[in-house]
Design a binder for this molecule. Structure first.
Ligand code: PBG
Length: 327
């Protein structure tokens, strides 16, 4: 009896780096990456975010520099988050033409023009004294329709400041439609909407709330963000956003929601973004600091996983670094 050896050997195509490159099914390109950046009003030096090593609350100057570096590295887009010096009940700074977001958008578009796409997070939590994503009723609940009016006005202020795509992240019903209508009425028909369509009520946002100074002062966001138990609901949210005029949709967080990402990507024909959020970043950085994991390989492995699951772009705090390594 001679031993039976296999004829089909998948290992043949894995033998050398050249063979593996030739047969790779998924590639991450610098232009797939979207860099989230924080800009804080009234600081004269960048403020490090302690739970996100390497991430800063930027000054207007250091923001310009970070955006120029991202463009130089070939990053596809930046998305800005503004942190005003003064917060109030209605988040007045959010749509103030002289507010920090609008100033930063003017700075950044002047700096890079069309070299990369300039996006703005469109929400109220960074601007409200109570830290919720919308206007409150007297009972302390988030008032959906009163919030839509605020979002519409913020969209127009961001558009006037030169934004290319707005990113509504508050999970209010009808937000995409209200924003589309307001933009069109104001003549900003070319400004697009990246809808945070399937955004879950997640503990992975912990470090972001330090970075953006937006932790809710009472309660949580479970009455407007999605329940981590659901995926059909994500498809319903995506369908509504598309019907209301979304140009791109997003699934957030990332790694713990790859199943949702894969389902959404299979379901729609618009570009789908995945958000690798602050807690995902912090966990990798913290474990790497302890010497427990190979940080650089994990960064690339996670980015590849998003592409494999169907993302066309990825929001990641590692965007500039990863783009340099890929470029
Ligand atoms: C809300 C917003 C949040 C994030 C992006 N937009 C926080 C929240 O919903 O509480 C989280 C991003 C991250 O964790 O990296 N404006």
């Amino acid at each position: 009896m001679t031993a039976q050896f296999p004829v089909n050997r998948p290992r043949r195509l894995r033998r050398t780096p050249a063979l593996r490159r030739l047969t790779a099914e998924t590639r991450v390109h610098p232009s797939d990456l979207i860099l989230p950046l924080f800009v804080k009003e009234g600081v004269d030096a960048p403020v490090p975010v302690s739970s996100m090593p390497g991430v800063y609350q930027h000054t207007r100057d250091s923001l310009r520099k970070a955006v120029a570096e991202a463009a130089e590295a070939g990053v596809g887009a930046v998305i800005l988050f503004g942190i005003p010096a003064v917060k109030d009940e209605r988040g007045s700074a959010a749509d103030d033409p002289a507010g920090i977001m609008q100033k930063a958008l003017r700075d950044v578009t002047a700096e890079v023009g069309d070299a990369l796409v300039v996006m703005a997070d469109l929400c109220l939590d960074e601007y409200t004294s109570h830290g919720h994503c919308g206007m409150l009723t007297s009972a302390g609940e988030v008032d959906n329709d009163a919030t839509l009016e605020r979002y519409a006005s913020i969209a127009v202020a961001q558009a006037a400041a030169g934004v290319h795509l707005v990113g509504p992240s508050g999970m209010m019903d009808g937000q995409v439609g209200a924003i589309r209508k307001a933009l069109d009425r104001a003549g900003y028909t070319d400004v697009g909407i990246l809808a945070y369509s399937a955004k879950y009520a997640s503990a992975f946002y912990g470090p972001f709330r330090e970075a953006a100074e937006c932790a809710p002062q009472f309660g949580d966001r479970s009455a407007y963000q999605q329940d981590p138990a659901n995926t059909d609901e994500a498809l319903r949210e995506v369908e509504l956003d598309l019907a209301e005029g979304a140009d791109m949709v997003m699934v957030k967080p990332g790694i713990a929601y790859l199943d949702v990402l894969a389902r959404v990507a299979a379901h729609v024909s618009v570009p789908v973004a995945a958000y690798q959020v602050s807690g995902e970043y912090a966990m990798v950085e913290a474990a790497a600091e302890k010497g427990w994991i190979d940080r650089d390989r994990i960064v690339m492995e996670t980015l590849t996983a998003f592409k494999r699951a169907g993302a066309s772009s990825i929001l990641t705090y590692w965007a500039t670094e990863a783009a340099r390594r890929l470029g």
